[in-house]
Ligand binder design. Sequence first.
Ligand code: ZN
Length: 309
Amino acid sequence: MIQVDHLAAGPDLSLEAVRIGAGGGPRVAILGGVHGDEIEGVLAAQRLIAVLGARPVGGTVTVLARANPPALAAGTRLGADSENLARVFPGDARGSLSSRIADTISRELIDECDLLIDLHSAGRRYRMPALCGLPAQGEIGGRPLLDLARVTTFPFLWSHPSIGPGRSVSHAEARGTPWLYFECGGSGSLLEPDIDRYVTSTLRLLTEIGVLGGEPVPPGDRQVVVTDGNGDTDAGIAFRSSGFFVSRVAAGDTVEPGRPLGAVYDQTGAEREIVRAVSAGVVMMLRHDYRVEVGDVAAIVAGTDDRAA
Ligand SMILES: [Zn+2]
């Protein structure tokens, strides 16, 4: 069964959700495009609709490929009301446009699912390694979510001891609903392997929890488990000066404390600042856009469980 629902988010906007499946099994909600400059998730969600529509689906998969139409139309991270949709969950039916979108997604998708998968990416200004984020204590059907996430093809699994408020996944967390989110890429270009990884990994997860038929997925290549940080992209190592940022590392690099991540130069070429790692870990987010202002986030470095390395 495929059913297209138009979910009202106030008088002037509806969200197109596609529900696929026979029911009677796990209910999975998939979001794309919460941020309007993160197109990987939008395209992956649309491909998933096509793939799942042609296969027997046990349970229900509800896909909202364009979670934030105003931001997607503008190609911006923030909505037309200058709000970050991923900071206003669970939302408010009588609030701003972003709050109304959040409220609709909360009620119609998150409150009605057994697993939430939110497809993000690094957007225009940042770069991130391909990763699957999850709650450290999360489980589904008695199975640790970290164990489930190992069937994905992500090189990094980011296990969060806690998460900041206002995100779709924070609302799921508050309800005790398991959640995962994906990140990748960025810098304003779209790469086919990233979109393919989102689709493949989601299909593997759906197979593992019994929504799709098929053999259990064998564990993939060895994955690095990142264990620090709440995944808040608004917090990290901040620039103390404005200018041109020249990075010296790549997203996904392992760094030691004090390692220069890059430098900021002014228009005369004078070095204004060296940005250094303050702890050991993996560069999970790195500034891409070269024009930076004081207070902008330069990078997030998060520790791993890789004791043997
Ligand atoms: Zn995002």
